[in-house]
Design a protein around this ligand. Sequence first.
Ligand code: ADP
Ligand code: MG
Length: 140
Amino acid sequence: MAIERTLSIIKPDATRRNLTGKIVAKFEDAGLRVVASRRIKLSQADAEAFYAVHAARPFFADLVKFMISGPVVVQVLEGEGAIQKNRDVMGATNPANAAEGTIRKEFAESIEANSVHGSDAPETAANEIKFFFSDLQIVG
Ligand code: ADP
Ligand code: MG
């Protein structure tokens, strides 16, 4: 399988509870490498642009409000099959459906405050990485 890069976001519910290190350990234990990382506070415009694909969904306004409610940690993860591997480590969107040992099973508070974002396909990964990082900021 090819080496891929994917975008991860540690969400405000997790930074608030000081879980950044525990979540990064899950990525590293799964064989993913953090090749770029930055702690930032998203603006409303940033969050709306990042989640534009969900603009028509009923939860969009609440999701944006949640994503700007505290700091987030944006990261590029690299590894074999990194996009799917990260989704596997994250677990299902709704923590009630997430498998044992996944980040969302262990840490998520709700279907909205579910601790992590991860790109879902090669094209979205490329676009989401570009949204936050230039090539010079990614060191593999
Ligand atoms: P994922 O993050 O697993 O890829 P989606 O792309 O479907 O999930 O949704 C993006 C984010 O929107 C979710 O991670 C979650 O924070 C929020 N979300 C999704 N579905 C709901 C819902 N039914 N109610 C509230 N928030 C939701
Ligand atoms: Mg998604």
